[in-house]
Design a protein around this ligand. Sequence first.
Ligand code: ACO
Length: 335
Amino acid sequence: MELLQKNVQRAKANKQRIVLPEGLEPRTLQAADRIIADGIAHIILLGNPAEIQAKAAELGLKHIDQAEIIDPQNHARREAYRDLLMELRKAKGMTREQADELVVNPLYLACLMIKSGDADGEVAGAHNTTGNVLRPALQLIKTRPGLKVVSGAFLIFSPLKEYGENGFFIFADCAVTPNPDSNELAQIAIASADTARSIGDMEPRIALLSYSTKGSAKSEMIDKVTEAYKIAKEMAPDLLIDGELQADAAIVSKIAELKAPESPVAGKANVLVFPNLEVGNVAYKLVERLGRATAVGPILQGMAAPVNDLSRGCSVDDVYNVITITCNQAIAAKK
Ligand code: ACO
């Protein structure tokens, strides 16, 4: 995919430090080996160095000796990170004993490294659940200025080039926030616009989706979406956004002419924002399976520094792509 190649080129030109807490996980290690070989990122693996090297040898990997390996149990900055963790969580009553225990957890350690400026982004989740990957990131790295909600976008590559941006879409939120209110939905739209620009190389045209188009039905659910539209417009007056729109009115120009002729995005939306996580998660999986689209993600958006969660069923290619995308998010976050 041409878009992913562009992300590879940008990452190579401005190498970022990506921490991989699951340092012994075979697909992660294989992807890390390729990332190093291709010169895409500086890789930091968390785990016991001897065990990681033995696993790399078993997998026949040739470049893992160029990665930085940090043993969570035994490294020079353990106390400094423990103190930072206590400081960040003191309002939540974190004790020294709790911090001592958590600082050796690679998922917490990775976030503490990012927070300290010792890494630029994190990729995990080939082994751990979504909740376990996200919780430390939400607690420690938190959201970027101006946003309070983290969400998960998918890059959707449809074989049907007449839709979206030559078949390319961003779908959100498909992964994180179960039932966003109108404010949160507006923020998800704003974060998706950032993703469209920084990863998707396109100017966003955002549709806030529902089961009604411009007042064709009425309910509290639709009110949430129209309210989100107003809030997003206030947050980013120049953004091309509209809602509420049905999915067909959002992406099919003939239907847009009938249902929403005045809309600046109807018929040509390339970013689809779903009213809640149930809809978003079901929609992307159906488009992937029944529509034969390729779905890359979830790409976590709205975080102060990029952390991405892999599916436990991921392939080596998936890990490679997500690391590359994380590099691009890190580059964008520094601008
Ligand atoms: N945005 C920003 N911050 C958040 C968010 C969010 N969406 N959700 C939680 N937080 C913050 C909270 O404010 C809290 O911060 P604090 O401790 O400093 O006050 C911290 O994160 C922990 O919040 P909890 O609500 O206690 O965290 P919890 O562990 O219950 O839930 C989680 C967070 C894991 C993201 C949860 O909402 C979740 O499980 N979401 C669904 C994930 C999922 O299963 N997705 C589908 C699978 S992925 C796929 O199919 C691709």
